[in-house]
Design a protein around this ligand. Structure first.
Ligand SMILES: [Zn+2]
Ligand SMILES: [Zn+2]
Ligand SMILES: [Zn+2]
Length: 137
């Protein structure tokens, strides 16, 4: 007697039969400890779909608890302190504020234009201090 549907590859663990050895090899991973289900977020692997669903729910709850986003990159954190720590580490930016003029020392020749022998240097001083920052506008 020759069986028409030859399923000679039988799983020795659960007695399921397969037509090709590769199918059996893939199936046998369920029993041999290789975990076919994997969380795509953290790489966590498990053998049962229910376990993976339960595991994924932790990710969702964690994400829901992150109420404080970083305004630079959008990454979310659980506490404002965490945001501040992340911000100072990942986004080292100069402190926000009015841009002070680079030269705190005011060139005195511009003031003493009427001095003697200073008339030749006056145009240079005018170019340097062309934009006075201390003028109240
Ligand atoms: Zn099996
Ligand atoms: Zn995960
Ligand atoms: Zn950030």
């Amino acid at each position: 007697r020759v069986p028409t549907d030859t399923r000679d590859y039988i799983c020795e663990f659960c007695a399921r039969s397969f037509r090709t050895s590769s199918n059996l090899v893939i199936h046998r991973r369920i029993h041999t400890g290789e975990k076919p289900l994997q969380c795509e977020i953290c790489g966590f692997t498990c053998r049962q779909k229910a376990s993976l669903n339960w595991h994924r729910r932790k990710h969702a709850e964690t994400a829901a608890a992150l109420l404080f986003p970083c305004e630079f990159c959008g990454k979310r954190f659980e506490k404002p302190d965490s945001v501040a720590a992340h911000r100072s580490k990942s986004h080292p930016a100069p402190l926000p504020g009015p841009q002070e003029s680079p030269g705190p020392l005011e060139p005195s020749p511009s003031i003493s234009v009427s001095g003697p022998l200073g008339s030749t240097e006056a145009p240079k001083a005018m170019q340097v201090g062309a934009t006075p920052s201390l003028s109240p506008q």
